[in-house]
Design a binder for this molecule. Structure first.
Ligand code: SF4
Ligand code: FES
Length: 281
């Protein structure tokens, strides 16, 4: 009985909501403008569903970026009712408003409507070398790491590069060349990783005019991050590492390499022999 009621309710229009969306096409418009659209809302509809409804039924020229529709790819970050959010994870009914204002992420150039140009985010991310750097011999097996060593950076691995934190950051608004919370959090993520030896290689970028010292610790990045990453904390921890380096020197003790494991072919041979042995019994 309850199941029937739930299923019936799922398809019903519960209310009509007005979407006020910022539109801008650099090829046609001189200034951005807001346009309003009425969207019938059903239970479970997200803001992204509302935007796709508008595209399909009212105005196909509306542009937005999305991919996974499940909060993983980070493509659909935008400003919804004044706050950076993932459109595919924002339930319209939970906003509890009859008017939903949608703006593209701030602090980026705009490609069109709700599609920001994220080159700055990706270039800054690349500039901190977001990968394990080693200067010893190539490993013959995996690097060993204790659970408590992984804990030191685990939270910062959750970043999906949605770009919301750069949009919310007041320092980014004042300094277009600032590395930004996303790149700084990723720099800390790798420096704190016990397998890494790349601190020196990243130092020039981090300890620069537009690097880690530029942050004013507004904390807006951590407030809006849809994945619970705390870039403001990473920036403070990174500053601690740089301070330590200035006074005492910062040494990374690289994680050891584990025992060599058999190759897949060798492993299959062992398995085959074990099967043969068990068949003999
Ligand atoms: S830190 Fe959070 S807000 Fe910033 S890019 Fe990563 S997931 Fe998005
Ligand atoms: S579409 Fe992938 S996070 Fe929203």
């Amino acid at each position: 009985m309850t199941v029937q009621v739930i299923l019936k309710g799922f398809g019903e229009v519960i209310k009509e909501v007005t979407f006020r969306i910022r539109r801008y096409d650099p090829e046609k418009d001189t200034v951005p403008k807001y346009m309003e659209y009425k969207v019938p809302v059903k239970k479970g509809m997200t803001v992204l569903d509302g935007i796709l409804y508008i595209k399909e039924h009212i105005d196909p020229s509306l542009s937005a970026r999305y991919s996974c529709r499940m909060g993983i790819c980070g493509s659909c970050a935008m400003i919804i009712n004044g706050r950076e959010r993932l459109a595919c994870q924002t339930q319209i009914l939970e906003l509890n408003k009859d008017l939903i204002k949608v703006d593209p992420l701030g602090n980026y150039n705009l490609i069109k409507d709700l599609v920001p140009d994220l080159s700055k985010l990706f270039n800054n991310h690349k500039s901190v070398k977001p990968y394990i750097i080693r200067n010893d011999n190539p490993p013959t097996a995996e690097y060993l790491q204790k659970p408590e060593e992984r804990e030191k950076y685990a939270m910062f691995t959750e970043c999906i590069l949605c770009g919301a934190c750069l949009s919310a950051c007041p320092t980014m608004a004042a300094d277009d060349l600032y590395l930004g919370p996303q790149a700084l959090a990723q720099a800390y993520r790798y420096i704190a990783d016990s397998r890494d030896m790349g601190f020196e290689e990243r130092l020039n970028v981090l300890d620069s005019k537009h690097g880690v010292w530029r942050c004013h610790f507004a904390g807006a990045c951590s407030e809006v991050c849809p994945k619970g990453v705390d870039p403001a904390l990473a920036i403070q921890l990174l500053r601690g590492v740089l301070m330590k380096n200035s006074f005492l020197g910062y040494k990374q003790v690289p994680a050891p390499v584990g025992k060599e494991r058999p190759t897949v072919v060798e492993g299959l041979k062992v398995l085959e022999e074990k099967i043969k042995e068990s068949e003999k019994k």
